[in-house]
Design a binder for this molecule. Structure first.
Ligand SMILES: CC(C)(COP(=O)(O)OP(=O)(O)OC[C@H]1O[C@@H](n2cnc3c(N)ncnc32)[C@H](O)[C@@H]1OP(=O)(O)O)[C@@H](O)C(=O)NCCC(=O)NCCS
Length: 110
């Protein structure tokens, strides 16, 4: 079950619950029709079961937005595959955004 928690005027968290336990969460910021993915995490034991996909799809369905943006480490293949499957496209790179590693900036337009 997914619960939305409103943190502030701009920030929200979607929690994927198993009873009282949070198995995964998605933090977003929505400003002027643009959603930034601030954080997406699924606990290690619960990965590869579609939880991140469910969280992203629930957010996409519930929020009123024009586009969604995110940064992902160039070496984070799991996350890059997940976002690509959800229709995100690479739009630019930011060198050394994560220490030595480059960030890929991805976007999904509604
Ligand atoms: C990235 C992360 C959120 C994915 O969560 P998840 O619940 O396991 O993802 P899903 O089960 O919804 O997977 C969706 C798709 O992503 C891709 N994927 C996810 N984990 C993968 C893995 N270990 N290897 C290859 N592809 C993977 C696959 O395409 C998968 O679809 P499939 O299972 O039908 O092949 C999770 O691995 C995580 O919390 N990682 C650490 C934090 C992190 O990197 N967050 C993203 C920051 S930008």
């Amino acid at each position: 079950m997914i619960q939305k928690e409103i943190i502030s005027e701009t920030d929200s968290v979607y929690n994927y619950m198993d009873g009282e336990t949070v198995l995964g969460y998605l933090e977003i910021r929505l400003v002027d029709g643009v959603i930034d993915i601030m954080n997406l995490f699924v606990s290690e034991d619960s990965r590869r079961k579609g939880i991140a996909t469910s969280l992203m799809n629930e957010m996409i369905e519930k929020e009123d937005y024009n586009r969604i943006m995110l940064e992902v480490n160039e070496n984070n293949n799991e996350a890059i595959r997940l976002y690509s499957k959800l229709g995100f496209k690479e739009i630019s790179l930011r060198d050394r955004y994560y220490g030595e590693d480059t960030a890929i900036i991805m976007e999904k337009v509604k």
